[in-house]
Write a protein that binds this ligand. Sequence first.
Ligand SMILES: C[S@@+](CC[C@H](N)C(=O)[O-])C[C@H]1O[C@@H](n2cnc3c(N)ncnc32)[C@H](O)[C@@H]1O
Length: 252
Amino acid sequence: MKNFLTSMFYGPINHTEFMDGLELAGNQVKSGGVFRADNLFTLGKSLGFLEDEAFMAAFQENSKHSDPRQQEMNQSIIWRTHVLSWAAAGGLNLEGDFVECACYKGTSAKILCEYLDFNKTGKHYYLYDLFQHEQGMDHHAMPDHGSSLYDYVRQRFVEYPNVHVIKGAVPDILQTVAPEKIAFMHLDINSAAAEIGALEMLFDRIVPGGILILDDYGWIGYKEQKEAEDPFFAERGYHVLELPTGQGMVIK
Ligand SMILES: C[S@@+](CC[C@H](N)C(=O)[O-])C[C@H]1O[C@@H](n2cnc3c(N)ncnc32)[C@H](O)[C@@H]1O
């Protein structure tokens, strides 16, 4: 069995001692299948996505970064990206388009486009983001935010004419452009108010069987999102499945 080993763990008081402990624990398992990344440590698991050649090719190609730490962070979310790939692939058999609020550099969307050969699907993919951070804005700054990010992301999808890269604040921008039917939706805004706004606009448009992935749902650091989203879904008769990756999943 393959292992997947990184040092991306957030929160330990002494990171070196913590990693030494995980190393020691992993070495106790002769079967392998050790996953160590993104605050997730598993032993003796199949990790089948590591054997999926199309997924791994798309993932490795698009998670490159010139900064080694950013590259390791990109790598560390492989299991989350596998979840997205699985959910989006399920959406291919349904009516409706794909949505991502918000896309940042477009990395996960690009992986999905390559993995699913998106140009052959006949679907549209709507990617929203502010692409920059200015003082006074609600969301937190990210390293590649800036005036050129929007053009960078548009260029990244130039070979995918049905991918629409849209600059604007969610939820307001959704009034201007959004699909009528949605087969797969990824919410990753890191903001409870913006995510609830997006859900109020778009949740009803997800078709039966369509899958919604909430990137931050289970992370304690973003607990405001869970606290806002649980009542939203309860009112509509849904209950979010919290995944070990920190994502939440709802099947419509
Ligand atoms: C964690 S990143 C998204 C990463 C991306 N989903 C991926 O998989 O690579 C969060 C993004 O949310 C964007 N954002 C925050 N508030 C927003 C809002 N109200 N409207 C649009 N984008 C927003 C930020 O600009 C940032 O790029």
